[in-house]
Write a protein that binds this ligand. Sequence first.
Ligand code: HEM
Length: 279
Amino acid sequence: MSQSRHGLYTPEGGPADPVFRIGLAPIPVEHWFEGGEQDPAARKDALLASVPHLVWGETEGSRLAQSEVAGMVADWLGRPPPSNDPPLWTASRAVADDLCLMENRGGEWTLTAASLCAPSFFSAAASVGQPLSGLHAPVPGFNEGLLHRVARIFDHLPPDQVVERRNWTVVNSPDLHQPDPAPYRARLAAQSLEQIAAGLHVRRERQTLRRAPRTGAVLFTIRIWTERLDDLLSEPDRRAGFATAWERLMMDEGAPFRTYKRLDLYDGAVRARLASFPA
Ligand code: HEM
């Protein structure tokens, strides 16, 4: 992915107001996956060997839709459909993205299978089998404000339309696989402000949705990009955009967003880093 496309991601290139939003936009099918990783299978196989329950899960009855979406991924890549089971896991080895299969079960869009090797504080064990409402229970206001609209998007997404959304956060590690925030946050107690600042990373998440026409399932893809905060701040334009976004987050309007993402943990370190650059 080119840096210019990367630069479109919030914080420094996105909407200034820090609120939870649907933020889906149509993209051409040629842009479904961004690529950019040499050997995703090696990374994913190692995780499957060490923490299988965290990175893979499937529910009974999901194999038909798994096969359909695996075929769509293979078609897009110009490869033969996977011959090994489970199909969704096999498909996920060919792309950098995590692959989440959503099916309508009893009127609720439900995560029926998932390959989740770069989770931002969730896991296959805790999420497979959950409906949209359960998956988003920790997100402030989601079930009251967004759930109904998101479910309608799943109901009506046309098969030939890929849609994309992005979000971002700041974390203290470049690890892609972060199923649980606890060990990362525990480190902070023993670190100086300088040490915390040096370890900060902007974690950007790009998601897409695409319908499988035969089964009606929807494939939700998640691609994580991480970048050292220092690298972002070393570019004056991006630094200015980031500083503005951070200020907005720390104002009253950003409270739900920053509390949910625990960004208060890093405010002192981020400010110290921003202050170390010329205004
Ligand atoms: C149109 C589709 C969706 C929308 C608009 C949406 C929206 C959101 C929003 C606003 C958040 C809070 C963080 C952020 O700003 O992104 C979030 C978090 C999350 N979403 Fe979604 N989401 C969608 C689909 C899904 C799907 C299909 C899954 C299934 C895996 C999912 C799983 C999660 C999880 C696990 C979290 C983190 C919750 C936590 O903090 O534990 N989302 N989503």
